[in-house]
Design a protein around this ligand. Structure first.
Ligand code: NDP
Length: 279
């Protein structure tokens, strides 16, 4: 199959969330299925918070092959599956479900998607390096947890709300510490994992804290080149956009469901084209 033509034997995957109509996941996954020649299709299913349990039970009844889980259902998905991966267990949250017969296997691919993007897109292996993560929400916590497993020497968590920073830092294992913006100077990589910069020119990290020695990564991908990444370039730093994390976490899901190596370049191209149309 090369056109996502749907037949009686087409495997169905979906993203479940609310709101979900803006999601780039259908574009990314359908591009992957086309490129890999798989008879699969991926749709977006708007499911309100009150109907999560019914939706998860429906995965078995309807025989959905794979499900991406987004806000607000990642915690409910953790409770609904039969088995969880190491990252899902650490996060108490599931963003990917693989149905195998009547068993639902839960994964969390967000943080590993970030580390994959760091390695593949920025050619940077975090093992042995100091990384600062600004933010302590869902995206930040997944990144902090994955950096710990990837062998980072130190993960410095900087967040507006101290208690959340402390909770997030503990996810990195022994290498997680709480810090301040002053600690950024000593780090090799600085990640904006706050929502600051989403559709705005606001910065979560002051320009004065940016160094030419830094690799500055943003999780915000709309716009792809955020004000932070532009400021980082002006400071002579290397940069990594947030679209890479989105594409690589989807690539992990694709491989979990299909067993096939993900066509990452085609997935990235499809995501860029969809974002360009939204401008
Ligand atoms: P959460 O709401 O869980 O966390 C938001 C974080 O941003 C918190 O740490 C919060 O601090 C901080 N924050 C919000 N506003 C400010 C502000 N004005 N000043 C300082 N800190 C602020 O959101 P998520 O973690 O789910 O998402 C964060 C961003 O990551 C979003 O833009 C989202 O689109 C993006 N994202 C990207 C992904 C990708 O694949 N590239 C994947 C998932 C998310 P506090 O704790 O003090 O409230």
């Amino acid at each position: 199959m090369s056109s996502n033509a749907v037949s009686g034997s087409t495997q169905v995957a979906a993203v479940i969330g609310s709101p979900v109509r803006h999601s780039l996941s259908p574009v990314i996954h359908n591009a992957a299925f086309r490129a890999a020649g798989l008879d699969w299709v991926y749709v977006a299913l708007e499911v309100g918070a009150a109907r999560a349990a019914e939706a998860f039970a429906g995965i078995r009844a309807l025989g959905l092959a794979g499900v991406s889980v987004t806000t607000p259902h990642k915690d409910a998905a953790f409770a609904a599956v039969d088995e969880v991966s190491v990252s899902a267990q650490a996060m108490n949250a599931v963003n990917c479900i693989h149905r195998v017969g009547d068993r639902l296997l839960g994964y969390n691919t967000d943080g590993d998607g970030f580390v994959d993007s760091l390695r593949a897109d920025a050619e940077f292996d975090p093992a042995g390096h100091s990384v600062a993560v600004v933010g302590a929400g869902g995206a930040a916590r997944s990144i902090i947890e994955a950096l710990g497993r990837a062998g980072a020497a130190r993960v410095v968590v900087v967040n507006r709300t101290l208690l959340r920073a402390q909770q997030a830092a503990s996810l990195a294992g022994g290498c997680g510490v709480v810090g301040t913006l002053d600690d950024l100077a000593e780090c090799d990589v600085v990640v904006n994992a706050t929502s600051v910069g989403l559709g705005s020119s606001e910065l979560s990290i002051p320009v004065a804290a940016l160094r030419s020695s830094h690799l500055i990564a943003d999780v915000v991908y709309h716009p792809i080149e955020t004000a932070l990444l532009r400021a980082a370039e002006s400071a002579g730093a290397r940069t990594l956009d947030g679209l890479g994390m989105l594409v690589h976490q989807a690539a992990r899901q694709f491989t979990i469901w299909t067993g096939v190596t993900a066509p990452v370049a085609e997935m990235r191209r499809a995501a860029e084209a969809a974002l360009a149309q939204r401008r």
